[in-house]
Design a protein around this ligand. Structure first.
Ligand SMILES: CC(C)(COP(=O)(O)OP(=O)(O)OC[C@H]1O[C@@H](n2cnc3c(N)ncnc32)[C@H](O)[C@@H]1OP(=O)(O)O)[C@@H](O)C(=O)NCCC(=O)NCCS
Length: 175
């Protein structure tokens, strides 16, 4: 079976990705998740995997952000919205899409580390793909102001240099 992988502008490709989000994260399920009440940023780029029927079966969002680690500027490459349609899992699609996202950030040359947030049951998947737990505090913006982000745990992937402890201020909405 052949698949197609594209990396597209985040806003323009949202209509292609939206049916997958609705299938994997319908509102009634999202309500039960630890991040239900969080306001998230929109992806700047999207890695989309399409099957032979041209259905989008896997998605990874990419976010670029100047963050502050212990008050010092660093460039983080956010990874978010990693999802594969239920009938298309365990075929390596998320791994391929994640690799494409990391490669994109690497190719840009200026990103210090990739940063994602995940629930405990997904941590082994990311740790098997080069991510390490960030054992510190994350702060971000929400509509009510600057808040500590604790709903889901942070994991980092070194590109040039990655902090493993301390405080990261996302300087905007989380992803
Ligand atoms: C987490 C998620 C994105 C993984 O997607 P996926 O496309 O199934 O991921 P992959 O196929 O790349 O890898 C999944 C597992 O299948 C295995 N796998 C990959 N190809 C395989 C194949 N051909 N045959 C059997 N197993 C395979 C991988 O090794 C991996 O197992 P491992 O982590 O023990 O190594 C998917 O389960 C999902 O959408 N979950 C719901 C949404 C969610 O929670 N997203 C994460 C938000 S942080």
């Amino acid at each position: 079976m052949s698949i197609e992988i594209d990396i597209l502008n985040g806003d323009e490709s949202w209509p292609m990705a939206e049916p997958l989000f609705n299938a994997v994260w319908p509102p009634e399920l999202v309500k039960t998740l630890p991040w239900a009440d969080i306001v998230f940023a929109h992806a700047e780029l999207r890695v989309l995997v399409q099957n032979e029927a041209d259905d989008v079966v896997c998605h990874v969002g990419i976010y670029r952000r100047e963050v502050k680690w212990n008050g010092r500027k660093m460039r983080a490459g956010g990874i978010g919205g990693v999802l594969t349609r239920k009938d298309s899992r365990r075929k390596g699609y998320a791994s391929v899409a994640l690799n494409a996202a990391i490669q994109t950030l690497k190719d840009e040359g200026s990103t210090d580390f990739a940063l994602l947030f995940c629930e405990p049951h997904n941590a082994p998947f990311y740790m098997g793909r080069g991510f390490k737990p960030f054992d510190g505090e994350i702060w971000c913006e929400q509509p009510q102001g600057r808040v500590r982000f604790e709903a889901i745990a942070p994991y980092v992937h070194e590109l040039r240099r990655a902090p493993l402890r301390g405080t990261i201020d996302l300087g905007g909405l989380p992803w």
